[in-house]
Design a binder for this molecule. Structure first.
Ligand code: GCW
Length: 703
């Protein structure tokens, strides 16, 4: 596909315009505003003269267009693109060299050569990522003299999972409607599709699943395939592959077959034909993502087959085209006496070694469901012969939607850095997922997207940092939460040192604050029914027992928490002995995980010197207080942050404060009914009664 650079620049310029007016957040971290520090700007501008374009390809065009756009904005001067270097100084040389010493095809090497700057890679994709890194170097104010970066992604498929539906809604989306305007596609291409691709490419995301895992079969019809094809065409020049979620019952629903049994030859043929049809439209199609036999979705178990039977049928259909099937391990049964924690491991571990080479199993970070804090899923480390993909949730389903300021890099890192001990000390989850521990030849990390049609993409301005952090960590999980926070803040909000330090601290503490006022000490799944918003620890009846709150917290006169040791569900046995030893004893179990694994007496003395009850209250009160502190800290950065962005965050923090009080009052008053202990000094008893709080939660549940 031929595209004219002028057209691209025009479109980019319109969408990502350099207007001096207030910032609506649309440009994300790719603002490219004129560098304020004049001396610094002149230095960059003096050092950079041309962009030497290297071999032509659509991806190379994206790289040069981005460099030109970025430099124009940052330096306030137009930098010409030339086929060869003119003169020997100030050229940004884009170089593709398959012999470049890099770990893989997507890596890049930035360095100075005399007075020139080289962006070298084995492929055009590497050059694209290197170009964004070069711009980031300038955006974050680093001296060009120090340009030296060699990096390759540690994970092959760095993907977003969109839970977007045919009607434009997004399951668990809190930033507006779907970015994909299905009704206008394929004819009308919203310029936003390209900006979405640019944003992803800038942080190394190279794959996207465009539709919900609760998948409508309609996506596989001749009506929708051209729409997906149109998106793929826009994303391709940014190195992004499209995947689709499929409905396992499609052969029955669309194909008119009486069955979707994966061992039925007619069903297999149907998938083979459908896959061929997809590849005819999208030659670089990535593959399928599948939610099967989970929360009512159809799957192979409907026919007495297992997950591997289902996955392998699809793997076979995809294999001739180099596609991959990613099969989700998010499964659980409605068993009032069981432990939902254990189901995924029980269903999947026995299947290790039975999946085809182009199948992967995608596991959520924790054993339940994206709670504010979860221990790592015991499946990590338990399937050495099956490549396991990590699934994180970027959208804040259980983290206060778009009203709450919760920076997720610490949550992602906590999981990735956890030690499974499966092959001795240092067998971290990250090493499972990046393939080094079990020598997986396929690796993937997925993030359930938090993007939507809101002008600023993510609803809460600060949630942009979560999209950013996910991409950066999928590229390199050894980056620190702090480094990513600073990078993002410098590009998005401010570089003024004091404000930068304040915002970095706000980001770094925000998740722990959220845990404290919602689910401290290892409480989990006590949020509002189905909406998953606000507190509802009293929820005792639902369509399934494991959708209630009491199933998880087990508060009673004798204490609180889910006993997952030998005296309880023994879910702990799914971990390596070292992990069991670490978490199995309530006296040594780290407090953040305590009630995940133990039922603890209200008056038990904890390592903090407080009783369990007092500690619980302490955290609810301090967590709520911390939101007031966040408001104060945010107020101090006002002079340094764009007024529109400042106001957006300030307003949402005020809403978060109201919600934190709601959580605190609900939880301390409800749990007090069991502990029968007073709210400890210096904290004041809530002004509201539990009945009043319950009414607030009930209002949220109204349809
Ligand atoms: O977290 C739960 C959500 C569902 C979601 C499901 C899943 C897409 O509440 O909305 O469905 O997990 O991950 O499949």
């Amino acid at each position: 596909m031929k595209r004219s650079l002028q057209v691209i620049l025009l479109v980019l310029g319109t969408c990502f315009g350099f207007s001096a007016s207030a910032d609506d957040g649309y440009r994300l971290w790719l603002k490219y505003d004129l560098i304020k520090n004049e001396a610094q700007r002149k230095q960059y501008a003096g050092a950079i003269k041309t962009i030497v374009s290297g071999p032509a390809s659509p991806i190379m065009q994206s790289a040069t267009a981005e460099l030109q756009l970025g430099l124009q904005g940052l330096l306030g001067k137009s930098v010409a693109i030339q086929p060869t270097a003119s003169g020997s100084a100030g050229n940004i040389i884009l170089k593709i060299d398959p012999t470049e010493k890099l770990a893989n095809d997507e890596g890049y090497h930035l360095y100075k050569k005399g007075s020139d700057f080289v962006i070298a890679a084995k492929t055009d994709k590497g050059v694209l990522y290197g170009s964004f890194a070069f711009l980031r170097h300038i955006q974050t104010g680093q001296p060009l003299g120090e340009l030296a970066e060699t990096t390759s992604p540690k994970i092959q498929l760095r993907m977003l999972n969109h839970w977007d539906n045919t009607n434009g809604s997004i399951e668990r989306g809190y930033a507006g409607a779907s970015l994909w305007k299905w009704f206008e596609l394929p004819e009308n291409l919203d310029p936003r599709y390209m900006d979405y691709a640019r944003a992803n490419a800038s942080i190394g995301i190279n794959s996207t699943v465009v539709n919900n895992v609760n998948a409508s079969a309609r996506f596989l019809t001749p009506e929708y395939l051209p729409k997906v094809q149109a998106l793929a065409n826009v994303f391709r020049p940014y190195g992004i592959k499209v995947f689709m979620s499929i409905n396992f019952a499609a052969p029955r629903i669309l194909g008119g077959l009486g069955t979707s049994d994966p061992l039925d030859p007619k069903v297999r043929q149907w998938w083979a034909d459908k896959t061929k049809e997809i590849y005819a439209a999208i030659p670089d199609f990535g593959g399928f993502l599948v939610k099967a036999n989970s929360e009512g979705q159809p799957g192979p178990q409907d026919y007495g087959r297992n997950h591997a039977d289902g996955a392998n049928m699809l793997a076979e259909a995809l294999a001739p085209f180099g596609g991959v099937v990613i099969w989700r391990a998010f499964v659980y049964k409605a068993d009032p006496n069981g432990d939902r924690f254990k189901t995924a491991y029980e269903e999947f571990k026995p299947l290790d070694g039975t999946f085809k080479p182009n199948a992967m199993v995608q596991v959520k970070n924790g054993p339940i469901d994206f709670q504010p804090r979860e221990p790592f899923s015991p499946l990590f480390g338990a399937m050495p012969k099956t490549p396991l993909a990590m699934e994180f949730q970027i959208t804040q389903e259980y983290l206060g939607f778009s009203t709450n300021f919760v920076y997720l890099a610490p949550l992602f890192k906590e999981c990735l850095d956890s030690d499974t001990y499966i092959k001795g000390k240092g067998s971290t989850v990250a090493k499972v997922v990046d393939g080094t521990l079990h020598r997986y030849d396929k690796t993937a990390m997925a993030g359930v997207a938090n993007t939507g049609s809101d002008r600023n993409w993510t609803g809460h301005t600060m949630s942009q940092a979560n999209w950013y952090a996910f991409g950066r960590l999928a590229w390199d999980h050894t980056l620190s939460s702090e480094a990513i926070a600073q990078e993002w803040t410098k590009m998005t909000l401010t570089q003024e040192p004091k404000a930068l330090a304040t915002i970095t601290d706000l980001l770094l503490n925000s998740r722990e604050n959220y845990v404290n006022f919602t689910t401290p000490l290892g409480l989990h799944h006590i949020m509002g029914e189905s909406l998953h918003f606000g507190p509802q620890p009293w929820l005792a009846k639902s369509a399934r027992p494991d959708w209630t709150a009491v199933y998880y917290h087990r508060a009673a006169a004798d204490g609180i928490g889910f006993d997952r040791t030998k005296t309880g569900s023994n879910a702990l046995a799914q971990y390596a002995p070292e992990v069991q030893a670490q978490w199995g004893d309530p006296d040594t179990c780290p407090l953040p995980y305590l009630l995940w694994f133990h039922h603890v007496a209200w008056d038990k003395k904890l390592s903090t010197g407080r009783t369990l009850w007092d500690e619980l209250c302490h955290r609810y009160y301090e967590g709520t207080q911390s939101v007031a502190q966040m408001q104060k800290d945010w107020a101090t950065v006002k002079p340094e942050v764009d007024p529109e962005l400042f106001a957006d965050v300030a307003g949402r923090l005020a809403a978060q404060r109201r919600e934190a009080l709601w959580w605190r009052d609900a939880c301390v008053l409800y749990f007090q009914e069991f502990s029968k202990m007073p709210i400890p000094a210096p904290y004041q008893k809530p002004e509201r009664t539990l009945e009043e709080i319950k009414k607030i939660t009930a209002t949220y549940q109204l349809r």
